[in-house]
Write a protein that binds this ligand. Sequence first.
Ligand SMILES: [Fe+2]
Ligand SMILES: [Fe+2]
Ligand SMILES: [Fe+2]
Length: 429
Amino acid sequence: MNITLKELITSFTKSIDLYNYLLKNHHRRTAIAAFHIGVEMGLSADRLSDLIIAASLHDIGALTISERDSLIQMDVENPFPHSSLGSYMLSSFSPFEKISRIIFYHHWHYDLDNTYVLELGPVPLEAYILHVADRTDILVQPDCSILAQKQQIITKMESYNGTVFHPEVMAAYLTQAHKDSFWLDIDNWEMEKILKLGISRRYEIDLTLDLLEEFALTLSKIIDSRSKFAIAHSFGVSQVAYAIAARMGYSEEECRKIRVAGLLHDLGKIAVATEIIEKKERLSEAERADIRTHAYFTNLILGHISGLEGIVEWASGHHENHDGSGYPLNLVNDSISQEMDIIAYADIFTALSEDRPYRKGMSTDRIIQILQDEFLTKHGEPVYQVILNHLDELGSICKVSVQDGIARFHCYQNLADTQEQLIKERVNR
Ligand SMILES: [Fe+2]
Ligand SMILES: [Fe+2]
Ligand SMILES: [Fe+2]
């Protein structure tokens, strides 16, 4: 593939905050502070890059506006939901194994040292660094000169030395924080610069299809986690799309690319407020219009990554209809590729078989009836025929993969709950 892992991570890290004004600057500023502390502590290039990537994504698990608001208070009441969810989202991508762990522990108090769940492993030093960097940025008042606040922030941070914050990290922090440049860098460096400085050569390898699939799975978790009722939707779509493509005679490599498109099809929902995605009541016209933007944003976020063109086109074309009534491009007949139809059918097929709060998942007979009545004219005959010929097989592939995805999510949630419980017991002792 025509792209390095470093390029992919850089573009992902930049785009993830694109539509998120509250976290955008916080992620950037925290990464800069973490970088300076990490350099002061003499971290190796690889450890430093894990720290920088973790810092630039660390609050990715904070989904709602109220949760994001709560994180910008000095004492976060319950940091667990967002740190464990963020960690879960990134856990499928093997180069991010350590990063996922750093994020899990990024609000960890130093005096809780050994209270961790064994499966998750001990608290990495980078997590303690991230915590200091994170809280430093929280203490900065945006409407007043950063240098005028410097001493006050340092004094406040020092009052937590040895309890909340790791003493060795604090020693490095204090050396850095006494320089004006530390604070001015936080205010002025661009994300681009910090990623360029921070990400090591280890990430300068060509992206393989294996890595791309892992990465797409990570992105799909970021999307699916925003809706409790569809926690494995993209995963289900990807497996169904793969199975349809295989039965249509596509090569193994093409099938895998179609599977990636399935994982990415709703990525643009990142640009839509979670409050709208999660809303149970009937959506207003404006809210429906907001949801419709997601197909456009999938393309905007990934469209500039060279080497991904085909996949991005199939993913962002899943709401195009042959009669021209779809979006975002209002494509018609011949300009809609068969791969787009595969993703479109896989999306509807999976959605109809999933349980929703207001209805149970549908039987395959009912699904094929709906596909025939409502979607055949929109997405064409060839893919429909394949689904019809392999109906039961596709039905069970869909059910099994959605259940697998849900089980993986719950397994991670259980770990996080055990961890939360251990800490509560320790604090109350
Ligand atoms: Fe956080
Ligand atoms: Fe944060
Ligand atoms: Fe969609």
